[in-house]
Design a protein around this ligand. Structure first.
Ligand code: TRP
Ligand code: SF4
Length: 408
């Protein structure tokens, strides 16, 4: 397969999700709709992070396989398309674990101890045993998940940005330690000459402008110039990307997080929708259950009688309207609420209808995949094999750079 130069990696996206059972509307609006969009714009790798589930829950591992299946069914039902994106399971690509091990050798303990989720989760999940090596190292496992595909973009929520930042630092350290092969400067200089006179001259001057004056535009232009070069080998291109910034060869490119603009999906109580808050609507909820859940939602407590005026800003129903309803319905609901001219049951009805319309297609698709489990297994099998081809290539480069690719 073709290897990625640092520049092409900007076109590659990787993201993972832990197997926690069936998904809910928070996953749909916060993550899955975004993935469905990204799969047409980027080369996407989406995986079920089953090893990650063990890092916080090793004592209850018995459901992980079932949850993995449920998760993939929900992805497929939501429109993640195995023809467009590579869908797989982390533990079926053992190179994630192998790279994690290699990266653990060069990662200072202090980097992991200061990742915010390390202490936050220990505070929050008091009932779990998080005093383990695996839990401390899980952000590094995430770094390996990303770097094994040399992905440039990582769609994550705000709580995960620190992990992508750690990934960048680890990649930089790895390249710094292992990207300086003997004779690097000479090889880089020789590669410059292979570019052709005009391009070589431009590269040298952009490089100087960047290194001497920190000119970011010169850096951008030099990168663009490099990615246009046809007659450089991948190795030389990687060398020149690294040389450009005054470093060594870039073996593992630094990724960036791709923050989705999506606001937090409100749950039935107005708080963020989350299983642990008991405020969810499942992705495959039965229509009758959707109706019952919405009908029993709390509304603005000021509205005791129908004619009591209310304030939509104090009502979790209105927060859901803002996700599901068009401007006309929003205006009708807000005006009727403030004037005390519509009842809360009336206000809730268009919401019930919209959620059920959205879910009809998803429910149908999910049912088809449930009934054809072999198809789901095949999607995972094929995706894992595809992912593995790329993961193996990265591992080969990594081992060679480190110096443990002994061959007889
Ligand atoms: N840690 C992420 C979470 O808990 C899941 C995850 C694992 C992930 N590996 C990843 C996300 C790699 C993005 C990229 O939600
Ligand atoms: Fe909430 Fe609608 Fe009732 Fe106002 S009328 S309190 S927005 S449910």
């Amino acid at each position: 397969g073709a290897r990625l130069s640092s520049n092409d990696s900007n076109q590659r996206v990787v993201s993972g999700m832990r197997p926690t059972g069936r998904l809910h509307l928070g996953h749909l609006h916060g993550v899955l709709n975004n993935w469905v969009r990204l799969q047409h714009e980027y080369e996407c790798f989406f995986f079920v992070a089953d090893y990650h589930a063990l890092t916080t829950n090793y004592e209850h591992s018995e459901n992980i396989d079932q949850f993995t299946f449920d998760t993939v069914v929900d992805w497929l039902a939501a429109g993640v398309n195995p023809g467009a994106a590579t869908i797989f399971v982390q533990s079926k690509v053992p190179e994630h674990a192998e790279l994690h091990l290699m990266l653990s050798m060069i990662t200072p303990n202090s980097w992991l101890e200061r990742v915010p989720s390390y202490k936050d989760q220990q505070q929050k999940l008091k009932d779990r045993d998080l005093a383990t090596y695996g839990f401390l190292g899980y952000p590094l496992l995430q770094a390996a998940d990303i770097l094994i595909y040399r992905a440039g973009r990582v769609p994550v929520g705000a709580d995960q940005v620190a992990h992508v930042e750690l990934t960048r630092e680890v990649a930089r350290r790895f390249n710094h330690i292992y990207g300086r092969e003997p004779g690097f400067e000479e090889q880089a200089e020789a590669a410059v000459k292979k570019m052709g006179k005009k391009a070589a001259k431009l590269y040298v001057s952009f490089r100087r402008e960047y290194l001497e004056r920190g000119d970011a535009e010169a850096l951008e232009r030099a990168r663009a110039l490099l990615s246009e070069q046809q007659n450089l080998s991948i190795g030389d291109t990687e060398r020149l990307f690294g040389y450009l910034e005054g470093g060594g060869r870039i073996i593992l490119p630094e990724p960036q997080s791709l923050l989705s603009e999506q606001a937090k999906m409100p749950g039935l109580d107005g708080e963020k929708m989350s299983k642990s808050y008991n405020n969810i609507i499942a992705l495959r909820e039965e229509p009758g259950v959707v109706e019952a859940k919405i009908r029993t939602m709390q509304t603005d407590p000021a509205r005791v009688r129908l004619t009591d005026p209310g304030e939509p800003g104090n009502c979790p129903v209105f927060a859901l309207h803002q996700v599901y309803s068009n401007q006309e319905v929003l205006d009708w609901s807000a005006a009727g609420c403030r004037a005390g001219s519509i009842g809360c049951i009336d206000c809730k009805q268009p919401l019930i209808d919209s959620i059920n319309v959205e879910q009809d297609l998803i429910r149908n698709r999910a049912q088809q995949f449930e009934e054809d489990a072999d198809l789901v297994h095949a999607v995972i099998q094929e995706g894992s094999e595809k992912a593995r081809i790329i993961a193996r290539e990265t591992m080969e480069d990594v081992k060679e750079a480190v110096g443990i690719s002994y061959r007889q």
